[in-house]
Design a protein around this ligand. Structure first.
Ligand code: SF4
Length: 330
């Protein structure tokens, strides 16, 4: 039996106050990942602050941006007419993630906060620098088929973590230039989505750049001309419910056959959603052809490095980029 204190917050301020004074306290919304972690003994917060009653569920068109409340459910966002019309890439990515039951419980803020699915992280009897800093990384010389090929340290050290971020939604948000609104003890701030999640560095236990007590309140996505030509491609072991081996969020703004703008991000390849800005630059001004997409994929793969069991990703990733761009252009 794990004992913990449970509080239900009635306002963002009371939620933040409930967490900020206790370094181990956590917010809980849908709980689809946190409850799993608690059941398995991976985490044991002494206090949970339930934020489900906070007024953070609205999805609104604010002219130049679309604002999505942090407590909007994954399924609500994926089915919303505004998202389907203006951000179909996001709807596709959401529907590619998890099961329908989980999408009906999980919030967008919780989706961003979910933790890696590295199997060593979920087994307290095995070494894992993310779960127990300094204990080692079971995956480096172990079964690393699902693990990262980007954002890796040149030489693994005592802090090493080669886990990948598991979210599909976050790959689309990284591609679509989202920003994250945060309220916290130090005031309100906005974080570019690509700066929200972090590489492990010497603190692999820390997944993101939030400060303790900060509460995600909303996402903002700029209106864009990328809705017509976008595609989320997810490659996984089984279609029903599995995390990505590789995923690609691709969006193009085409004038005739010429690419005016491009957005490209990958999932299943790094500790954070992996935006491919250099590859995007290769695409701009070029015709939307397979040759162009191959050139971009080649640039995208610069710096990739594999481990014993995930060398297949070095071939699968560029092929997935070409396929996603081809489908987006079509
Ligand atoms: Fe832990 Fe990261 Fe190594 Fe997995 S890859 S065992 S999460 S340190």
């Amino acid at each position: 039996m794990i004992n913990f204190q449970y509080l239900r917050a009635s306002s963002p301020k009371s939620a933040i106050d409930g967490v900020r004074t206790d370094l181990s306290a956590q917010f809980i919304a849908g709980g689809t990942n946190l409850i799993d972690l608690m059941k398995r003994g991976i985490t044991a917060p002494p206090k949970l602050v339930d934020i489900n009653n906070l007024p953070l569920r609205d999805i609104a068109d604010e002219g130049k941006t679309i604002r999505i409340g942090a407590l909007a459910l994954n399924s609500t966002v994926a089915d919303h007419s505004l998202i389907l019309k203006k951000l179909p890439l996001l709807a596709q990515a959401l529907n590619a993630g998890a099961s329908a039951q989980i999408r009906n419980m999980a919030t967008v803020g919780g989706n961003m906060m979910q933790r890696t699915r590295c199997p060593y992280f979920y087994d307290p009897s095995l070494p894992c620098n993310k779960r127990a800093p300094g204990s080692g990384c079971g995956a480096v010389a172990g079964i690393n088929r699902m693990h990262a090929i980007f954002g890796l340290e040149p030489v693994p050290d005592q802090h090493v973590c080669i886990a990948v971020h598991p979210s599909d939604m976050c790959v689309a948000l990284a591609a679509l230039d989202a920003t994250v609104e945060v309220w916290g003890p130090g005031g309100n701030r906005t974080i570019p989505f690509t700066g929200f999640h972090r590489l492990p560095g010497s603190n692999p236990q820390k997944d993101n750049t939030l400060q303790h007590g900060e509460l995600i309140t909303a996402l903002r996505l700029p209106d864009n001309a990328l809705a017509t030509h976008s595609h989320y491609l997810k490659i996984r072991d089984r279609a029903s419910y599995a995390f990505a081996l590789i995923s690609v969020a691709a969006a193009l703004d085409l004038k005739g056959k010429t690419i005016q703008q491009a957005r490209l991000a990958m999932g299943g390849v790094a500790h954070k959603p992996w935006r491919l800005t250099e590859a995007e630059q290769v695409l701009i001004g070029k015709p939307a052809t397979e040759a162009t997409f191959r050139e971009a994929a080649q640039v995208a793969m610069r710096g990739a490095r594999a481990f014993e069991h995930n060398t297949y990703k070095l071939k699968l990733a560029p092929a997935a980029i070409v396929e996603a761009l081809t489908r987006a252009a079509g």
